[in-house]
Design a protein around this ligand. Structure first.
Ligand code: PLP
Length: 444
């Protein structure tokens, strides 16, 4: 079909996570590093790695080559057959995560990785309908069971979490601590204590797993440093599996291969789910990484799971090349260094702009800027999860200036590709500085 014969996308495609009538986005035809190239020739600096997934930037040459070479050799066999890139990627994942003697189950993305992690935890624990504890204001995917796992105000009405055996704990949201604590560590401690209480109230024999993001939160909550280690201790003490959702936080996003690694080997979860950065979004792929103990338990169990394209050889070849790229280009350490620099710059912006109530993150290239209407009282600019029109205007102006920022409610989420240059990062911060001043003027 000729380009000229293709109708505008908004007339034929149903787009996700938006009102169809509002959908206005440029058509992207190419990419290079942290830049996206639009059909009209505009170059857009991607400050969110699209959906926090393009950790390696766009059109990474090593990945493009690996996909092409694999396609020339073999495009597809189902997971009923062996495929060399699948075995290579599983081995690399086990090595990077230190899950010695464990196994990897491949999925198509993050949501089905989380759903399968729950299936495996329930099966290994011999609790077929065991409850799962996640937290409010979390996001674990948009398929039905993953929506039930998510504590997401936007989708809550569509799914009965209780029917899926999910219990939501309060989040360790220190800036608006649900337990009214005065310090971050107290908030982390009390939030973890609540998880312990929820397990004890349900009875440990009825709970299969706790599933949480270890540090960075998709919906803008960054857990205090004592939270994940406390979850590890309390789940271990009660014989409950701990599942780390590393779909967004993995592959350097939080300055480590996987965010839990910041807390040391003792903080290792029993299962870990990954996607996004696994292929740097060059092809769809997710995975569940299982501990040796769970793998042994499942060895003689029948696994009633797996989608047709699980562990697709093209995606696995992309995954192998992605891990090589992170390593060869030293991108995990780069994320740590640039993340610290970005965090420091955002803190300087906070001093200049009363609109910025809180800046959090900074362990790797992931930072959250929370906007407020009254800093002293920490009054949110808009009630969660609504976006204030002035923030919508800021995002629009940023796009017109060639920078794409992500937002959730009244939060700006900065998570650029780990290959972003220092100059590009500085340009984005300078633009944000300008646009925040304009936003303050608009609100005055
Ligand atoms: N878990 C987390 C923490 C995520 O951020 C996401 C996606 O944003 C998912 C799970 C779902 O992943 P996917 O969209 O690949 O199904």
């Amino acid at each position: 079909m000729d380009s000229a014969d293709i109708k505008p996308e908004r007339e034929t495609v149903l787009h996700s996570w938006c009102r169809q009538a509002d959908w206005r986005a440029p058509t992207i035809v190419g990419g290079e590093g942290a830049l996206l190239i639009a059909q009209d020739g505009r170059r857009i600096l991607d400050m969110s790695s699209l959906a926090e997934c393009s950790n390696l930037g766009h059109q990474h040459p090593k990945l493009v080559r690996a996909i092409r070479e694999q396609a020339e050799q073999l495009c597809f066999v189902t997971a009923a057959w062996g495929a060399e890139p699948r075995a290579a990627l599983a081995q690399a994942l086990l090595e990077k995560s230190g899950f010695d003697g464990g196994r990897v189950f491949f999925t198509l993305g993050g949501a089905d990785a989380n759903e399968n992690a729950i299936k495996f935890a329930r099966q290994a624990a011999n609790k077929p309908r065991g409850k799962v504890i996640t937290r409010d204001r979390s996001y674990h995917g948009a398929s039905y069971a993953a929506m039930a796992l998510s504590g997401d105000a936007r989708t809550r009405a569509q799914v009965d979490a209780e029917a899926f055996g999910v219990i939501h704990a309060h989040p360790p949201y220190a800036y608006h601590c649900p337990f009214n604590s005065q310090t971050e560590s107290e908030c982390g401690e009390l939030a973890a204590l609540e998880v312990a209480t929820l397990i004890d109230d349900a009875g440990a024999g009825n709970v299969a797993a706790v599933l949480m993001e270890p540090n960075a939160g998709t919906n803008g909550i960054v857990a205090p440093d004592n939270y994940w280690p406390a979850l590890r201790t309390l789940t271990r003490a009660r014989g409950i599996y701990l599942i780390a959702d590393e779909v967004m936080s993995g592959f350097g996003r939080c300055g480590e291969w996987f965010a839990w690694q910041r807390y040391g080997a003792d903080a290792r979860p029993d299962l870990m789910t990954v996607a996004k950065g696994l292929t740097g979004a060059h092809l769809p792929l997710g995975a569940v990484v299982l501990s040796a103990e769970i793998s042994v338990r499942l060895e003689h169990e029948m696994l009633y799971t797996g989608l047709t394209y699980c562990g697709h050889p093209l995606s696995c070849a992309a995954g192998v090349a992605a891990i090589a790229a992170y390593e060869e280009e030293n991108l995990i350490a780069r994320s740590r260094a640039l993340g610290a620099a970005l965090f420091a710059e955002l803190k300087k912006l906070q001093q200049r702009h009363a609109l910025i109530g809180d800046v959090r993150g900074g362990h790797g290239l992931f930072a959250v800027v929370e906007l407020v209407s009254d800093r002293e009282h920490r009054t949110p600019l808009s009630p969660w999860p609504q976006a204030h029109p002035a923030l919508t205007n800021l995002l629009k102006s940023a796009m017109e200036a060639g920078v794409s920022f992500a937002s959730r409610g009244n939060l700006l989420i900065l998570a650029p590709p780990l290959v972003i240059s220092e100059a590009q990062l500085a340009d984005a911060v300078a633009l944000l500085d300008e646009l925040l001043a304009a936003m303050a003027a608009e609100l005055a």
